[in-house]
Design a binder for this molecule. Structure first.
Ligand code: AQP
Length: 332
């Protein structure tokens, strides 16, 4: 079985619809066909200012949401990044292989540091993509299911893996991004020119899966569209409607052409009202299932402990090979 690895940050509490459709939904599908490793990336979460109590609560909450979304600990390895110390250890080696200019070209860092103020951004935020490189290479992942915004980081991973292999001998699998065209980028409901994002979106543009479903329905109904009246998938000229059609199609399994037909001659309001119902039907059981996992923290922690044990077995092997290749003297 080919291997996949991916991670999600526990920063915001609730996952948003972009996280789910862009990434987590693919994770659930891939656990059936791949040797799948999925983690809550708490090391990444501390690259921005954070509250320790919230971080541990949000780490459990992220794991609960992943299980609620359909990850099955018997079918995949689900763990917390800081439970596997090899991530930070391999990241150091990868830091030493990366050029300053190369790291400085990462657009996510540029955006996030600009938002925080360049002087306030941490060195951790700067090296975040390199930690991500280590995350992926540790598991010798063949594919990395992520949203479009992560494409550049996967490119960096490939570059560094090739560089390491070229300099020190074949060590790492070169991974490919697994990004779906329809859902790789879910857009903000109020500004369909930007991606739905926890830090850049306004509350009205962002659908958090754990929010009150009534409020969520309202947001869908007041999504920004265009002054035209035709329901047609056209990302260039009709980004708002296309975004809604993409979400609708993915959540229901109904193809976009069929949706276009169904709403032919109807106003945008009809599409939005129906989509609001579709979203509510998805988030309502999702919230309940998340709460059930949260109500039993012992079971949750034991799933994560078992996951970390499985992950460590793979990570330790790769790290030890890497250390050997670099020339570190083995500890006796
Ligand atoms: N709008 C999106 N459309 C599709 N996929 C998305 N992802 C995030 N936003 C969208 C994907 O979700 C996965 C987990 O993301 P993360 O934990 O790295 O969170 P993030 O990128 O920090 O999420 P945000 O909301 O985008 O945060 P900010 O605002 O801080 O940048 C990833 O696979 C990501 O591609």
């Amino acid at each position: 079985r080919p291997r996949v690895l991916s991670g999600i940050q526990p920063t915001a509490g609730s996952f948003h619809l972009g996280n789910y459709l862009g990434a987590v939904r693919q994770w659930v599908a891939l656990q059936e066909t791949h040797d799948a490793f999925y983690m809550v990336v708490d090391l990444h979460a501390i690259t921005v200012p954070q509250d320790p109590k919230e971080l541990s609560a949000n780490t459990r909450l992220a794991a609960a949401q992943l299980l609620a979304a359909g990850l099955d600990p018997d079918r995949c390895t689900l763990f917390v990044q800081s439970h596997v110390p090899e991530h930070a250890q391999l990241a150091w080696v990868m830091n030493c292989l990366t050029g300053m200019g190369e790291a400085g070209r990462m657009t996510q860092f540029k955006d996030k540091s600009a938002r925080q103020g360049a002087d306030r951004a941490s060195v951790g935020l700067f090296t975040y993509p390199i930690l991500q490189v280590a995350d992926i290479l540790l598991y010798q992942a063949d594919e990395v299911p992520v949203g479009e915004d992560q494409r550049q980081h996967i490119e960096l991973t490939r570059d560094l893996a090739e560089r390491f292999n070229g300099r020190f001998g074949e060590t790492f699998t070169i991974p490919k991004p697994h990004i779906l065209k329809e859902t790789g980028k879910i857009y903000d409901l109020q500004d369909p020119s930007i991606k739905m994002s926890k830090s850049a979106s306004t509350p009205k543009g962002l659908i958090n899966l754990l929010d009150d479903p009534k409020a969520t329905a309202k947001k869908v109904k007041s999504a920004v569209t265009d002054t035209d009246t035709v329901v047609r998938y056209d990302t260039e000229n009709k980004p708002g409607i296309s975004n809604l059609l993409g979400i609708y199609s993915t959540l229901t399994g109904i193809g976009i052409p069929e949706l276009e037909q169904r709403y032919e001659g109807k106003l945008y309001g009809a599409l939005k009202t129906d989509l609001a119902d579709v979203v509510v039907d998805f988030v309502t059981p999702f919230r309940d299932r998340t709460q059930q996992y949260l109500d039993d923290p012992e079971t949750l922690d034991s799933i994560l402990a078992k996951g970390a044990e499985k992950a460590r077995a793979v990570a330790a092997e790769t790290l030890s090979q890497t250390y050997g290749r670099v020339g570190f003297l083995p500890a006796k």
